[in-house]
Design a protein around this ligand. Structure first.
Ligand code: ZN
Length: 377
């Protein structure tokens, strides 16, 4: 073939290629060196926060060089293919020269890529590792709500007195919320205890007394239980009212239970709650589901009876209602009022919390403001 190449032709091309490669390599080399020897982060900032050429960018530059000088479309590749065109006696020499050229191009690139990779993994490790010498960030621990704290105290006292804790449902039928509690249709007490209804005629219970009925139906008598829980009333919220609040209900039914048992139990509960000096008084009252009925007050825990803001200068704090279970209530759950008698009582947990913590506004308990709740740890 006429256009056979000699070693000399190739040698000149190799020299040209190598010199342009070195010219391009030089600035990249210094950038890579800067990257590798600096305290760069992967985001391209040094410790002082200055913008610098990122390591990852250096790596891209190297990859670009490699593609252009040793890739499939590179001059090196063209040279390799041209070995076949070299006259046979020069072919071996040409092959060796091209091989040497390839090594001259890829070796420094590989070396620098390795350096960069080492640096990148060092930085990753440093960024991901934990500095054990730094003070720890303590996770913020929550605590129980003041109403829960109080409910648990009440439960502890009654469990110690031999009472079981009953958990009732909040959605009730008319039967459990009213009828079974001796509040028939059109009874005026239905107005005072008006609650919220679903479109299917279910009611959000307006008192925890509903649990009495469930407990006696399920457990039979004798029974001693308390039922703490949420109740609902159609009330406009104000500092002393909320449409949702917490009550605790107590029930004791057995043979020979009298009003004396009721007074003794409530007095003992209040002594354990507010101190052994606490005095209790009962005032006649009316509830549809008890007969006779009484409201109970206790001597102000703050002023010990001399009169203060909490007790409105009366020396007494009104706390709850109570009475002997109405025979109609016993009958409706199949208990013979001739054989059994019992007492029931109920009080507001949030009202008690408001008293004990001296809250001006009961709604604070339900707003879930952490600044308020934090105080009751
Ligand atoms: Zn007082």
């Amino acid at each position: 073939m006429a256009d056979k190449l000699s070693f000399k032709d190739i040698e000149a091309k190799i020299a040209d290629l190598l010199s342009t490669f070195y010219k391009e390599l030089e600035p990249v080399k210094s950038v890579v060196w800067d990257s590798v020897s600096s305290d760069l982060t992967l985001r391209g900032k040094d410790a002082a926060g200055n913008d610098t050429v990122a390591l990852v960018e250096s790596k891209t530059k190297l990859q670009d060089l490699r593609t252009r000088y040793s890739g499939k479309k590179s001059e090196l590749s063209t040279l390799k293919r041209s070995i076949g065109l070299v006259i046979p006696e020069d072919r071996a020499k040409t092959g060796q020269a091209i091989q040497k050229l390839e090594i001259s191009i890829t070796d420094p690139l590989t070396q620098m890529e390795d350096d960069l990779n080492v640096k990148i993994s060092e930085i990753r490790t440093a960024e991901e590792s934990i500095d054990v010498t730094l003070p720890g960030r303590r996770p913020r621990r929550g605590h129980r709500h003041p109403i829960t704290l109080l409910r648990e105290r009440i439960e502890d006292i009654f469990v110690a007195l031999g009472y079981a804790i009953e958990d009732g449902r909040e959605l009730e039928t008319d039967f459990y919320n009213f009828t079974a509690l001796n509040i028939p249709d059109n009874h005026p007490a239905r107005g005072a205890q008006d609650t919220f209804y679903t479109t299917d005629g279910f009611a959000l219970r307006s008192q925890t007394s509903t649990v009495q009925i469930h407990a006696m139906q399920r457990r039979g008598v004798p029974v001693r239980m308390i039922a703490p829980g949420r109740v609902f009333r159609r009330d406009t919220p104000d500092p002393t009212h909320n449409p949702m609040f917490f009550q605790v209900e107590g029930l004791c039914v057995d043979r020979g239970i009298t009003m004396a048992h009721l007074k003794g139990t409530v007095a003992e509960f209040l002594r354990r709650m507010f101190g052994p000096e606490t005095v209790t008084r009962f005032r006649p009252s009316y509830f549809p589901f008890t007969e006779p009925s009484a409201e109970f007050d206790f001597g102000c825990f703050k002023c010990k009876g001399s009169g203060c803001r909490i007790c409105k200068n009366s020396g007494w704090i009104e706390l709850g209602g109570s009475g002997m279970v109405h025979p109609n209530v016993l009958r409706i759950v199949g208990v013979d009022p001739q054989e059994y008698s019992g007492f029931a009582f109920g009080l507001g947990i949030d009202r008690m919390a408001a008293l004990m913590y001296n809250l001006d506004d009961i709604r604070l308990l339900f707003e879930n403001d952490v600044r308020f709740l934090e105080q009751f740890e």
